[in-house]
Design a protein around this ligand. Structure first.
Ligand code: URQ
Ligand code: ZN
Ligand code: ZN
Length: 480
């Protein structure tokens, strides 16, 4: 494997930034420091005036997902390749068993699909039903397969939705195993009722989608999941927090010392609910995802959550459906496959909206796009930092580079880009994955099948170790 010397840049980790060269060899970082010499035959990357950061980690993607009667446009190769083009070098995707389907059987299926990945990947496994076999399989997944997180959908009634009994049983099992429970927090019963009420009012277009999932529906589920986790004394991670109600629920719980962590999507930070009022069905439907994009006031609350350390990671929920797939809901918004893209655009959108505006320092950017996810899912410091011994997953970031985001130029297979036309300042010039240059000045060199399944060790049973708390509590303590 060749050696790469990244010279003249500013290294940015979650805790500090400093001038240093970075030398990689055989997929690992072997030296970080001033004036490093290039070994014979090494490739030298000039990072002058640029930042050298840990590759982004996206903790929430759905490549190749069968959902609502169809399958997403991006598979594990095209989705991870698109991520590399945007500086994201690892994803944590989801195994989603059908109700009554063996978790191990579903896990093996997804493992097979993911073998085509161009970048490293892991899986959260969804608990969509409960019996003793599910309890057993959770143990096997943690102890033998390196799964340390289990997902629970509180929405999607009559499909993959969990009732409270399943939440209590599964959260309790996760605690025993030292695994993190995570939730999609929307009250699925209320959504089901509201969808019917909105349709009965004759509203069948995409504008009905946000009407059927108001923030209170997310706030209720977030509070309920947090309360269950509190009683069971298990940490909990809430995915795609989109609104004030859910962000406040997390902040209140954390103020009481409860271990609650929140994830925010790049889309929810940058796009508001006006998209659903576009008269063009295709454009409005392309933005149908859950929770929906919200009025602008919620975006500012999400930024404040990230700045205050009450929200911790950013993701995309990359789950792409093209126009013809979205058209399944032409006469009924409840039938529009839910999901949007973003895996390629996340870092640039968050840099432009976060760092360029002064909301975030470069170190805080690294915390929320890479390091915190690595810490919360026990990948740190293998991933999430630029340090000797860490994986050589790196992004060389050009803060002066500009780009206009568009479906015409993105690497996703989808025919729509929710950031269409947005010009950003701050873009990746080089991406290294496993110590190889996979993206260079717009030239994507992703290789099918080189991505590795990354095992993520459980935390100590019952989270007796303080590692998780100490590490992530430091999130808000980064130097400005
Ligand atoms: O709910 C999710 O996270 C999956 C099914 C993707 N779709 C979405 O609308 N978020
Ligand atoms: Zn979800
Ligand atoms: Zn999702």
């Amino acid at each position: 494997m060749s050696s790469i010397l990244i010279r003249g840049g500013t290294v940015v980790n979650a805790d500090h930034a400093f001038q240093a060269d970075v030398l990689t060899q055989d997929g690992q970082i072997i030296a970080v420091g001033p004036d490093l010499q290039a070994p014979a035959g090494a490739t030298v990357v000039d990072a002058g005036g640029q930042y050298v950061m840990p590759g982004g980690i996206d903790p929430h993607t759905h490549m190749q997902l069968p959902f609502m009667g169809t399958t997403t446009m991006d598979d594990f190769f095209t989705g991870t390749a698109a991520g590399l083009a945007g500086g994201t070098t690892s994803i944590i995707d989801f195994v989603i068993p059908n109700p009554k389907q063996s978790l191990m059987e579903a896990y093996q299926t997804w493992r097979g699909w993911a073998e085509k990945s161009a970048a490293d990947y892991g899986f959260h496994v969804a608990v969509t039903w409960w019996d003793e076999s599910v309890k057993r399989d959770m143990g096997t997944l943690v102890q033998q397969e390196g799964v340390n997180s289990f997902k629970h959908f509180m929405a999607y009634k009559n499909a993959i939705m969990c009732d409270d009994e399943t939440l209590v049983n599964s959260f309790s099992r996760a605690l025993e195993l030292g695994a993190m429970p995570t939730v999609h927090a929307e009250n699925g019963e209320l959504v089901f009722l509201l969808q019917q009420q909105v349709l009965d009012r004759g509203i069948t277009g995409p504008e009905g989608h946000p009407l059927s999932r108001p923030p209170v529906v997310e706030g209720e589920a977030a509070n309920r999941a947090i309360a269950i986790a509190d009683v069971l004394n298990v940490p909990i991670y809430i995915v795609h927090v989109s609104c004030i109600e859910a962000a406040d629920a997390i902040a209140r719980a954390r103020a009481r010392g409860q271990r609650v962590y929140g994830e925010v999507l790049a889309g929810h930070l940058a796009i508001d609910d006006s998209v659903y009022r576009d008269p063009d069905f295709a454009k409005a439907a392309a933005h149908v995802m859950s929770p929906p994009f919200r009025p602008k006031a919620h975006q500012e609350a999400l930024w404040r959550g990230l700045q205050s350390g009450n929200l911790h990671t950013t993701a995309t929920d990359h789950c792409t459906f093209c126009a013809s797939q979205k058209a399944a809901g032409l006469d009924n918004f409840a039938k529009i496959p839910n999901g949007c893209g973003g895996v390629e655009e996340r870092l640039a959108v968050i840099w432009d909206e976060g760092v360029n505006t002064g909301r975030l320092t470069p170190s805080e950017f690294v915390a929320i796009t890479s390091a915190n996810t690595a810490k919360l899912f026990n990948l740190y410091p293998q991933k999430g930092c630029v340090a000797v011994g860490a994986d050589a997953d790196l992004v060389v970031w050009d803060p002066a580079g500009t780009k206009t985001l568009s479906a015409k130029t993105h690497f996703s297979k989808n025919d729509f880009n929710i950031f269409e036309g947005r010009t950003v300042r701050g873009i990746p010039s080089h991406t290294l994955s496993q110590g190889k240059l996979v993206f260079v000045q717009g030239d994507l060199r992703a290789e099918r099948g080189v991505g590795r399944y990354i095992k993520r060790p459980a935390f100590n049973a019952n989270f007796t170790a303080s590692k998780l708390r100490a590490d992530v509590m430091a999130v808000g303590a980064v130097k400005r």
